[in-house]
Design a protein. Structure first.
Length: 317
């Protein structure tokens, strides 16, 4: 009988610890997990759905009479821009220059996908020739300078920087000042902004990601408060419009209007949505690969801008 009681106590303790761990994970750890770790990077975008030279790929495909020859530039980029630069590769790269195996690009492939931070690092170190990226952070520019690399940024498309909330959140629109107030710590509950009486969980992204850099720029010098006390509340997050589209399709989140304007492609094109960011073809000034200026010329051509637009972004021309 005594042994049974001891076993029961041990089992009860194990269950308590397990429930505690699950609770901590659900309430805190899951919201702070590194979205760019190796294990989760594949979940951020399904790379095999947007591969070049694949019959069932979901990229935009165009017929082109131009195929790069000679020294093929190694191209890398951001998760949010992966479908568009894969379409560039499909249009102008020789098929045998790209190798994708076991869920990743091989080291000798001319197309890579290491995300924003990895791509800026590769450009600075000279292991990538051109990146399709949002603007760099101050740290990324400093690292490039440390590596002796001056980066050239050529705008090739435009995209809306958007804020997202749970689809059941009654708030549909915020002003820019209200959003800055959320991230600077001025507002703590949604009831202050016309919503429910719940804490605001102001989620941020990893330092150096394209969207985190865009948030810092959006804050216009206001300090960003870390979300230490809002993990029990209803969250607000941010990203780029095209990247959110797949998430919105699940019905779990919605994009907010800002200053009364929804981030639709039309409102990006006509400049009525207030937070629009260029994205760039980025390369080292000292890179003498003759295909880099040709590739950028193709991206800015009528065919290239059509790829940008049909991929779900807004052209610069």
């Amino acid at each position: 009988m005594k042994l049974r009681r001891q076993i029961a106590v041990i089992v009860l303790l194990i269950m308590c610890f397990a429930l505690f761990d699950i609770g901590i994970y659900m309430l805190f750890t899951r919201r702070c997990i590194n979205n760019y770790s190796d294990g989760l990077k594949a979940k951020s975008i399904e790379t095999d759905k947007y591969l070049p030279f694949e019959e069932n790929s979901e990229i935009v495909k165009t017929d082109s009479h131009i195929t790069l020859t000679g020294d093929i530039p190694v191209i890398d980029g951001a998760a949010a821009l992966y479908p568009v630069y894969s379409a560039f590769v499909n249009a102008w790269y020789p098929e045998d220059s790209v190798s994708f195996e076991n869920g990743d690009f091989s080291p000798d492939s001319a197309m890579q996908y290491t995300n924003t931070r990895g791509a800026y690092k590769a450009l600075a170190e000279g292991t990538a020739d051109i990146g399709i990226l949002a603007a760099p952070s101050e740290e990324q520019l400093a690292y490039a300078a440390e590596m002796g690399a001056e980066l050239e940024l050529v705008p090739i498309g435009r995209e809306a920087f958007v804020f997202i909330v749970n689809s059941e959140n009654p708030v549909d629109d915020l002003t820019q000042e209200q959003i800055r107030g959320i991230y600077s710590g001025k507002y703590f509950t949604w009831s202050e902004l016309g919503g429910n009486n719940r804490l605001i969980g102001a989620i941020q992204r990893n330092k150096g990601s394209g969207s985190q850099t865009a948030l810092i720029k959006f804050m216009n010098g206001e300090p960003v408060k870390r979300d230490y006390d809002g993990f029990l509340g209803s969250s607000i997050g941010f990203s780029f419009r095209f990247y959110v589209e797949g998430i919105v399709g699940d019905g779990g989140v919605k994009m907010l209007s800002v200053d009364g304007v929804y981030p639709s492609p039309e409102n990006i094109t006509n400049d009525s949505y207030p937070i629009i960011e260029d994205f760039y073809a980025v390369y080292r000034v000292d890179n003498d690969n003759e295909n880099i200026p040709l590739l950028i010329e193709l991206m800015l051509s009528e065919d290239g801008q059509e790829i940008v637009q049909k991929s779900g972004y807004s052209p610069v021309k």
